[in-house]
Design a protein around this ligand. Structure first.
Ligand code: T1G
Length: 699
């Protein structure tokens, strides 16, 4: 059954694509589209053609899954050029999203009409690619080089009205009858000469446009492969005839497609969609209604969580056990709204309307009608158990009791209630209103309904929820311990903090571990370690971090941490006092300091992370290796273009990783470097984490 059909509406041919879920340009769709176009253009009774899609969206691009397969004809550039070559006027009728190859097909058409709610864009850069079917040559001809560049370098879609204003489309359809409006528009175009986009000139271009663009990507797209090639293509669109520009575009597209970066970004795309597939939790799983959310604890995290819930449309009840705390929380939320107004993200009116849904109190009884309670109090087990005990008494049956704990045992917290099936961990990342990641920790009693409801809440908050099992630090923070441990040891063995940070930053991390420690606050990690009773009996273990915290050097918030910070600055400055302290401590611990190279820093920090990830996967705390990748790319600044630590391990090869872990075990001992059984098993089989994931059930 071909996913493309051709119907005649009097003298207009209606070509409809029906290939759920997003009408991606799979081989079957391309074949169907090409044959329908040729048939309609050759039919003397056809005086105009409309291309439209069924389902929730217009074509959302090439079929990304096919990029790992040998290319099959007809190829998209040929289809786009065949549409443009039609003597019969062709109109694209757009709803939902016209993205990537979908917008290229639309720009191959002579006219474009779109529903007001539609969005149009070329997001290829987010996949490490560039528009490879004439998009880099056609968009500048329609909207000018400057706007074309900003659309392709950001990858963000624009709404229909902005597309009309820019000349990308010819009409915004304000009725719901898109097909009818498009057919009328097509009939109106019959007597007009088709407007062949390929023949349009690129409007005048500012002298310094491309230099400016290159300067802007130097920081924003640090280390990325495709942005420079996008700029090159648009530059060529202003210098070369259309066909030659497309030839150059194709070559640069193939370079991007075959780059490890695109493989990493494509992995991240599908990994973020796979997190919703939880065995035993499907569309049939009951979901509870959430209207009233109570947030317990008005500190930085509590206020950020409350703000996110308010913006997602929930009524929010913020509770704290003292008036000052409550006032601080209220002030933080107001400050976040003012920031949103200043950035044009929300209007004053919308803020006032939204803040109406916020209530404050110091009384637990006010939580009795909450559908969901998110506890965000001090990271201490005794306090959390006391809080959950109280919640168990006051909250209505069926209310979900969630803890924002970042490390503590969710089952132990749940045991403080008589309803452990309604208890779950919802681990937000700081700042809670910005970070997209949410670790959803299922306890051994947590019900499928509560997990399904938490996943729905996560989507409503515009976040990515990854369901993980319960252990100390869950997935993200447990792996962070290995990464941070090696950083701490490297400091004692001879690598200055600024060297470690520069090496990992240049390698791709958003920030080095020592700068991250200062940003998050060294007191936070210190208190969490004080809570633990299972830490290694090793005087070197987080020694420097503990010493800094005990000196009150908490990082940015105290102007001093591992680094020194000028008043009001977030710029880390190496502090000779700290270096002296570290060297003195090395001597006290009998550690002979040495010069440490870049490779060793990367391998010890990153391979430690991977080995712990493999252990977590082997224990079933994470369902998929790709889930671990989503957690680290969205929660810990791991470079998205490397796909995440587990995907990166596959690109290096698990044999190599396993071998190096064994070397480190030899050199530094089994306590920290015992290879994970899963890593050993996969490496010895010549297998990969991707192979492991293929065996993970999705239902
Ligand atoms: N190819 C293959 N599968 C796709 C797909 C695509 N382009 N887009 C979505 N899917 C799958 C997705 O994996 C999921 O599957 C389901 O559709 C629903 O997606 C030559 C080189 C359109 C805004 O980058 O941004 O064209 O998990 O959960 O939240 O120049 O999907 O259900 O099995 O994301 O409503 C450029 C990518 C390609 C757009 C809808 N296009 N897609 O969001 O649903 S490169 C893109 C999206 C290209 C040409 C170049 C979003 C969406 P499953 P979803 P959603």
């Amino acid at each position: 059954m071909t996913p493309v059909r051709l119907d005649l509406r009097d003298n207009v041919a209606l070509i409809s694509i029906d290939s759920p879920p997003v009408n991606a340009l799979s081989h079957a769709v391309r074949e169907g589209l090409m044959s329908c176009i040729e048939k309609a253009d050759a039919d003397p009774d056809v005086q105009a053609i409309v291309i439209i899609c069924d389902g929730r969206t217009f074509i959302a691009g090439a079929d990304i899954r096919e990029f790992d397969m040998p290319p099959q004809a007809p190829h998209l550039p040929d289809i786009v050029d065949r549409i443009d070559a039609c003597e019969t006027p062709v109109v694209a009728a757009i709803h939902g999203t016209a993205l990537g190859g979908g917008l290229e097909v639309a720009m191959g058409c002579h006219y474009r009409v779109a529903l007001a709610s539609a969005k149009l864009g070329l997001p290829e850069v987010k996949l490490g690619l560039l528009p490879g079917a004439s998009g880099t040559q056609r968009l500048p001809r329609l909207v000018g080089a400057e706007m074309a560049l900003s659309m392709m370098l950001s990858g963000n879609p624009i709404p229909a009205q902005a597309a009309l204003d820019a000349g990308l489309i010819d009409m915004v359809v304000t009725t719901d009858d898109l097909a009818g409006a498009a057919l009328d528009f097509a009939r109106g175009a019959i007597d007009k000469d088709p407007r062949h986009v390929r023949d349009l000139p690129v409007a005048d271009v500012a002298e310094d446009l491309f230099d400016k663009s290159r300067a802007s990507i130097a920081k924003k797209a640090r280390g990325l492969f495709s942005p420079e090639r996008i700029i090159r293509c648009v530059e060529l669109s202003t210098q070369l005839p259309y066909a030659e520009g497309c030839k150059a575009e194709r070559e640069l597209f193939m370079e991007c497609k075959d780059s490890p970066q695109s493989a990493g970004l494509r992995h991240a795309f599908f990994a973020e969609r796979a997190v919703n597939k939880i065995p035993g939790i499907g569309k049939e799983t009951q979901v509870r209604d959430i209207e009233k959310v109570a947030v317990l604890g008005a500190g930085t995290m509590g206020a950020g969580i409350a703000y996110s819930c308010l913006n997602a449309g929930y009524s929010v009840h913020l509770l704290d056990n003292n008036e000052e705390g409550l006032e601080r929380g209220r002030a933080t939320i107001h400050k976040l709204f003012e920031g949103g107004i200043a950035r044009g993200k929300i209007s004053k009116e919308k803020m006032l309307e939204t803040i109406e849904r916020l209530t404050l109190s110091e009384n637990y009884d006010d939580l009795s009608d909450a559908d969901l309670v998110i506890e965000a109090v001090f990271e201490n087990m005794a306090i959390k158990k006391e809080v959950f005990g109280k919640l168990d008494q006051v909250c209505k049956q069926g209310a979900i009791l969630a803890s924002n704990t970042s490390t503590l045992d969710v089952d132990e917290i749940a045991a403080a209630t008589k309803r452990p099936q309604d208890v779950i961990g919802l681990h937000f990342f700081s700042p809670a209103h910005i970070m997209r990641l949410l670790e959803i920790i299922r306890g051994k009693e947590t019900s499928a309904e509560v997990i399904a409801t938490s996943l729905k809440l996560t989507r409503a908050l515009g976040k990515i929820g990854v369901v993980v099992g319960n252990c100390f630090g869950f997935v993200g923070n447990r792996m962070l311990y290995s990464y941070g441990r090696e950083n701490q040891f490297l400091l004692l063995e001879g690598a200055p903090p600024e060297q470690i940070d520069k090496v990992l930053y240049d390698w791709g991390m958003a920030m080095g571990p020592n700068a991250v420690g200062d940003l998050a606050g060294l007191d936070v990690g210190y208190k969490a370690r004080q809570e633990r009773t299972d830490l290694p009996d090793d005087p070197r273990f987080y020694r420097i971090a503990d010493m800094l915290a005990e000196l009150g050097r908490f990082g940015q918030k105290t102007g001093k941490g591992m680094y020194f910070y000028e008043e009001g600055s977030r710029q880390p400055t190496p502090d000779p006092q700290v270096q002296i302290m570290i060297e003195k401590e090395s001597r006290a611990l009998g550690i002979e300091r040495r010069d440490i190279g870049e490779t060793e820093i990367i391998e010890r920090c990153i391979y430690g992370l991977i080995n712990e990830g493999a252990r977590i996967l082997g224990e079933g705390i994470a369902l998929r290796a790709s889930d671990i990748d989503v957690i680290w790319t969205n929660g810990y600044g791991f470079p998205r273009h490397l796909g995440g630590p587990m995907h990166y391990a596959d690109t290096v090869g698990l044999e190599k990783i396993y071998e190096r872990v064994c070397d480190f075990k030899e050199e530094f001992g089994a306590e920290y470097w015992e290879p994970a059984d899963l890593l050993k098993g996969l490496a010895q089989k010549g297998s990969s984490f991707a192979d492991f994931d293929k065996k993970t059930p999705t239902k």
